[in-house]
Design a binder for this molecule. Sequence first.
Ligand SMILES: *Cc1c(COP(=O)(O)O)cnc(C)c1O
Length: 365
Amino acid sequence: MAVTRLEIDLGALRHNYLYIRSKIADNVKVIAVVKAFAYGSDAAAISLELEKQGVDYFAVAYVPEGIALRDAGIRTPIMVLHPQPDYFEEMVDRCLEPNLYSKRILELFYAFAKAKNQKNYPVHLKFNTGLNRLGFSAKDCTWILGRLHKNTSLRVKSLFSHLVASEDPTAEEFSLNQILEFTQISKQMIEGLDNVPFLHMTNTSGIINYERAHFDYVRTGIGLYGYGNTPEESAHLMPVARLKSVISQLHTIQEGDNVGYNRVFTAPQEMIIATLPIGHADGISRAFGNGAGYVRIGGVKAPIVGNVCMDMIMVDVTNISCEEGDDVEIFGELTGAEELSSQMKSISYEVLTAISQRVKRVIVD
Ligand SMILES: *Cc1c(COP(=O)(O)O)cnc(C)c1O
């Protein structure tokens, strides 16, 4: 296919899923994190394949992401990490399970569930143990237990927390303290609840580095898509998404000629420049302009020349034998999203999730 496209390799996804499963005990279950279009890929295709592979749970950030999975036919339980009251109605209609992370959200959802005559509606409670993003604090346990005592509308299905720096060995003491605090919170909560919820704490790096924090379920996002947070983690995984494009036009330019908007690039000698149909509207950040980023043509690196445009980039192919219509890799097999992201001082997560909906998704199996 000779257009800009994101190939999504379901074989790589299965490999990564099995690799992650091999890192946890048989009785530990897996929550696949498929937020943000499954990290910029295709949430429906990824989730349907994982459901086929027997994944136990899905997690999304926001309610509309969960609705899209239900529309795609997903029947596995879905937790919503960051539910918002405006979406409660649709959330309940589609059997999406909220994370109640604060007194305000708990009160609002409890009142909503009661008004809708819900019985034992599954909810998840998140505890903040250091990230200071979302979550109850340890000292809220008594309030939560009092509030939920003898209630019939809600049932606490799980308790969870999130590690701050699971990939960072220098933060081990901090992580172990988080695990200890979550263990104490869980103990107090379980003593006060009528049912025993399941516990979960780790993301992908936490799965690899903190076996003691596996508890009942683990949450994995980036690992499923083929990246870890260190080269050692990534070495065992296969990139699921491959961003490819094509050469639209070649120009031979002379010394002193400029390339792109604002004449930022001036040719130091005769050069050949290739124009590609992918720009910042597709997710190629302007931070990749002016040589920071590169693509591969016939396996050889071709640096981006000048500023990234909305719909196009120009790359230097002076020393590459290529023709109009030839295939280009932006990331995937030869250049990992991780490697490319480091060129703009970012992380694989950002490069992957930036790929906009304009880019055609092609499922490869
Ligand atoms: C996004 C997210 C994850 C997934 O993290 P990865 O590092 O991609 O495995 C897990 N838990 C929570 C709460 C998240 O927000």
